[in-house]
Design a protein around this ligand. Sequence first.
Ligand code: ZN
Length: 146
Amino acid sequence: MDIKCNDCGERWYEVFGALNDKKCDSCGSKKLTWILSANYQKRQLGEWKVKNWVELKHIEVWDDKEDPRGSVEFDPKIFCLLSPEDNYRYYWFPYWIKIKGKRRYGQFSPIVPEDEFIQLMTDAIDKNVFSSKVQRKLLKHLLKKS
Ligand SMILES: [Zn+2]
């Protein structure tokens, strides 16, 4: 992922991390934007501004003593991406896996446009893909927010 300075335009690559503490090496500005560029076989697929993201408060660790890989961590996140042209929203579901102490980015995580995301979610609710527990908790949270 790239970071772009909103003040001087400097742009550099960084592995995903917190944006809060960073500042531009060129001008010292703290007005920075995360940029996600998606490429496939050297072809540019798209570029989005990262609006914000969520991650788990606690990352699950599986520690199977009989598994030769040792402990395994799975770290999923949900990002809101904005198209630079019209601020149309996309939802990105990247994940990181840590095996034997080595943290790696999970390949081929989906980026779903907002309208498709809404259709998938409403169809999933209609077909009871989600348990009643999930539906109750999400509804309760949405009502609390509004
Ligand atoms: Zn700068």
